[in-house]
Design a protein around this ligand. Structure first.
Ligand code: 6PG
Length: 467
């Protein structure tokens, strides 16, 4: 390399870090790279080529010394203790004003803790949600920035250059707030991702088990849906998945064990909704659905004890599934945005929902045409009012909820599990009921534990003598 200092540096060269580093170099930024084991650094330079903008370094000291000030250091290491370890190793080497960015899927409370501690030493700390998998990191991810104005000013030219583009051609990156805001929004993105994936999987199950579609007909449906209002990355890859065959002509999807993994961000979203008292039915149900899938052996044993009988007549078709999927997706996003709204109040972030919808339009896993509607909706209602009350959502649900109801009812009769679709419907029915039977729950709580209740006409909490 020449003697010019590097403009930025990346620590951690597993798939995401390596691809992000190549993306920076592609955009013309001189980028130092460092990995604990040098083999990965060598492999990256071998793949990308030397003298093309990536500067391999083999000690943390030379890495730091190679960076222009204020140093911009991006950590792409496994969320958890590894992040603290790397930060500890950087502390004695960095100077006031330097910026450390955590681009992993870190838990937002860890991010807030790290930011607070580094700020005391005059070091900027940014929690950057990075979405889009390896391909996104390489060609343009969606970037959710949480950090100070000063850090944003220093980093935004770089981040805008490497980010994906939204449907208007603008970079999918925004400063969402201080500290943990970026990682929080990324966490909810993943919660919504779980729900989107669960709803699509259930639509597949309805086509396969109720309509008896073969894989190529399912692929055709996904293609059709991807040409309409459901156009999205997850629908697009679903088509590809249903077409993929092995050498012997067998479909790959039919050979994959039906036991879904998870790494924790969906669980955190569900936990946060419990923490903040936000009824995110679908986001939690999607995590439970993965856990139910993972209990494969137990399911097989119970299935033997309760044989299912294939339904004789089905009262819905593939167009109804599209309607049900769209309505349930809308309701699941309503839950995600409601959780963000609650978090924004609780943590004082002033989240901009239109911006969030905009930066999710490109690069990330939940990218979808649908998010342009969300962006517009929140631009018209910047205060983030309940999207269920907007005219557009009311119109859509008016047209599509009947299909969701029929499908949930029919599948229930047939014993087809629909935790995602049915919980979206339960969310809607709960939130659109002026009266719920919780008066009885309050009475029971008061009877057995003197927990008190309030009267419908108002007034203080009181206890009734049930004897
Ligand atoms: C993304 C993804 C990414 C990761 C998921 C997978 O936005 O790029 O969300 O962060 O692939 O977290 O999570 P699970 O392993 O929990 O499904």
């Amino acid at each position: 390399m020449n003697n010019e200092k590097n403009q930025t540096g990346i620590i951690g060269l597993a798939a995401m870090g390596a691809n992000l580093a190549m993306n920076f170099a592609d955009r013309g930024f001189r980028t130092a790279v460092f990995n604990r084991s040098p083999e990965r650094t060598e492999a990256l330079i071998g793949e990308y080529g030397s003298g093309k903008g990536l500067d391999p370094t083999y000690t943390i000291e030379t890495f730091i010394a190679s960076l222009a000030r204020p140093r911009k250091i991006i950590l792409m290491v496994q969320a958890g203790e590894a992040v603290d370890r790397v930060i500890d190793s950087l502390r004695p080497l960095v100077d006031q004003g330097d910026i450390i960015v955590d681009g992993g899927n870190s838990f937002f409370r860890d991010t807030i803790r790290r930011e607070t501690s580094l700020r005391q030493a005059g070091i900027e700390f940014v929690g950057l949600g990075v979405s889009g998998g390896e391909e996104g990191a390489r060609r343009g991810p969606s970037l959710m920035f949480g950090g100070s104005e000063a850090a944003w000013e220093a980093l935004s030219p770089y981040l805008r250059a490497i980010a994906a583009k939204d449907f208007s051609g603008e970079p999918c990156v925004a400063r969402l707030g201080e500290g943990g805001a970026g990682h929080y929004v990324k966490m909810v993105h993943n919660g919504i991702e779980y729900s989107d994936m669960q709803l699509i999987a259930e639509s597949y199950s309805l086509m396969k088990d109720a309509l008896r579609y073969p894989n190529d007909a399912i692929a055709d449906r996904f293609r059709l849906w991807n040409e309409g209002r459901l156009e999205s990355f997850l629908i697009e890859i679903s088509e590809r998945i249903f077409r993929a065959k092995e050498h012997d002509g067998g479909y790959v999807v039919d050979r994959i064990l039906d036991s879904a993994g998870s790494k924790g961000t969906g669980k955190w979203t569900a936990e946060e909704s419990l923490e903040l008292g936000e009824p995110s039915f679908s986001l939690a149900a999607s995590v439970f659905a993965r856990y139910a899938s993972a209990a494969k052996e137990r399911r097989v044993r119970i299935a033997e004890a309760y044989p299912k009988h294939a339904p004789e007549k089905i009262a819905f078709d593939a167009d109804d599934i599209e309607r049900a999927l769209y309505a349930a997706k809308l309701l699941s996003y309503a839950q995600g945005y409601a959780l963000l709204a609650e978090a924004s109040k609780t943590y004082g972030w002033d989240l901009d929902f239109a911006e969030i919808s905009r930066i999710w339009q490109g690069g990330c896993i939940i990218r979808a045409r649908f998010l342009t509607d969300m962006e517009q909706l929140f631009r018209e209602h910047p205060e983030g009012s309940d999207m269920l009350l907007s005219d557009g959502v009311r119109e859509t649900l008016g047209a599509d909820l009947p299909a969701l109801r029929v499908i949930v009812a029919e599948a229930t009769l047939a014993g087809i599990a629909l935790p995602g679709l049915s919980s979206s419907l339960s969310y809607f029915d709960s939130m659109s009921s002026a009266l719920l039977p919780a008066n009885l729950i309050q009475a029971q709580r008061d009877l057995f534990g003197a927990h008190t209740f309030r009267r419908t006409e108002g007034g203080p909490a009181e206890h009734f003598d049930w004897q």
